[in-house]
Design a protein around this ligand. Structure first.
Ligand code: ASP
Ligand code: MG
Length: 408
């Protein structure tokens, strides 16, 4: 007998029919003698609808009130799920985040979980209940309702699994696991049986949308056994996110190709090459909450240099505006920008022990006539910024070049 946390995403609970199916699925696990905690998202589209309502009232809604409304989506699904299980003869009880108490900080709309009180849940599990806990939400020290950021119910599930020392945290979603790349771009993409936390973290932050990044960080930190599975297929082991690289197996050098369309590149030309300038450029950008990703500063000529970085495309116009002001202040030569760029990355822990991955990647892109505008690397990933129109081509070429289309 095990303690299992099962998280169901929005598409898995999108209709009452699907909610009944989830209940049946949970019932089968329960029948095997396991203790189950279920963490649903809101019905798909519901959180968007709720935030949309708020935006009809106010262009920038008060964050505290926004959390009060956004958290209601999950309150609906926990009750419906508990009822559906009761209809099947199971004992089930639902709780909102604040009821449990999932204690968070007070950063409305992207709060962090500080602590989870497991007393009520343990008591209910001991008396044979399936416990249904609303994802995405908690309460701060003053009892204010908070939410954990979009996609946050993944993090709720992992945090509950960590707090209760669950044997496994299963994330049921509309894909049956983590793939070598997005199958919509490369039909030959394969499901991975395992992927390490580090790789998953890179994949998530590089644009793979399977799991909320924070949930992966959390699982890595607390060593939660995390598995991604399909909520529509009964068969299959999904993808297990593992703590250690499995040394017994021949490790693939590259595990996946990730991409992100939402990159925009900006350059401030001819800034003075002296201490403090990078801060003078990026300080105001950070203060405006624009997320900076890759940064490149060129070699200086005549005491000046070009300074380029990428931001999320939605922050592009704000960044350009700020940068124009900064350029004037720094007496720079000008500002140029391009919001038709994207980022393609190769990820794999095997890179550590295999040199030559970067050169292979650059060779393949060069052979296709794809110009690389920026490069950044870490121990286990290589990312390039390229023109957006080459995104699909680049992903396909790299997926093939690194042998990801063939079974390992
Ligand atoms: N319902 C929330 C959202 O749409 C949380 C989640 O689904 O994970 O972002
Ligand atoms: Mg989600």
């Amino acid at each position: 007998m095990a303690l299992i946390v099962q998280k169901f995403g929005g598409t898995s609970v999108a209709t009452t029919e699907r909610i009944k199916n989830v209940a049946k699925r949970v019932a089968r696990w329960k029948a095997q003698g396991h203790d189950i905690i279920v963490v649903p998202s809101a019905m798909s589209g519901e959180t968007n609808r709720l935030i949309g309502l708020a935006k009809e009232i106010s262009a920038s809604p008060n964050p505290r009130e926004l959390d009060v409304i956004a958290s209601t989506g999950e309150q609906v699904t926990i009750a419906l799920l508990a009822m559906a299980m009761q209809e099947l003869g199971l004992k089930a009880k639902s709780y909102t985040g604040p009821q449990v108490r999932v204690l968070t900080d007070s950063t409305f709309t992207k709060a962090r979980i500080l602590q989870i009180d497991d007393a009520r849940i343990r008591k209910d599990l001991a008396s044979g209940h399936v416990v249904v806990v609303a994802g995405f939400q908690g309460a701060d020290g003053h009892g204010n309702i908070t939410t954990l950021g979009r996609g946050g119910s993944d993090t709720s599930a992992v945090a509950l699994a960590a707090a209760l020392k669950a044997d496994e945290c299963q994330i049921y979603t509309d894909v049956d696991g983590v793939y070598t790349t997005d199958p919509r771009v490369v039909p030959e993409a394969r499901k991975l049986d395992t992927i390490t936390f580090e790789e998953m973290l890179e994949m998530a932050s590089l644009g793979s949308k399977v799991l909320q990044i924070r949930s992966v960080e959390f699982a890595g930190k607390y060593k939660v056994k995390l598995r991604v599975l399909s909520s529509f297929e009964d068969e299959g082991e999904g993808t297990l996110i593992t703590v250690e690289e499995d040394n017994n197996m021949e490790q693939p050098i590259i595990s996946g190709i990730a991409f992100n369309r939402d990159e925009a590149k900006v350059t401030i030309l001819g800034v003075p090459d002296r201490p403090g300038v990078a801060y003078q450029i990026l300080g105001p950008i950070a203060d405006a909450n624009c997320d900076v990703d890759m940064i490149i500063q060129n070699v200086a000529h005549d005491g000046t240099t070009d300074f380029s970085f990428t931001v999320n495309r939605s922050d592009y116009s704000k960044t350009m505006e700020l940068l124009n002001g900064i350029a004037t202040k720094l007496n720079a030569r000008g500002v140029v920008g391009d919001n038709k760029t994207c980022k393609v990355s190769a990820v794999g822990v095997g890179m550590r022990s295999h040199p030559g991955v970067a050169s292979k990647m650059f060779k393949e892109l060069g052979a296709e006539g794809i110009n690389i505008q920026m490069i950044s690397t870490s121990e286990i990933k290589i990312s390039v910024v390229i023109e957006e129109k080459y995104l699909e081509l680049a992903v396909r070429v790299l997926h093939k070049a690194f042998g990801l289309d063939k079974p390992a």
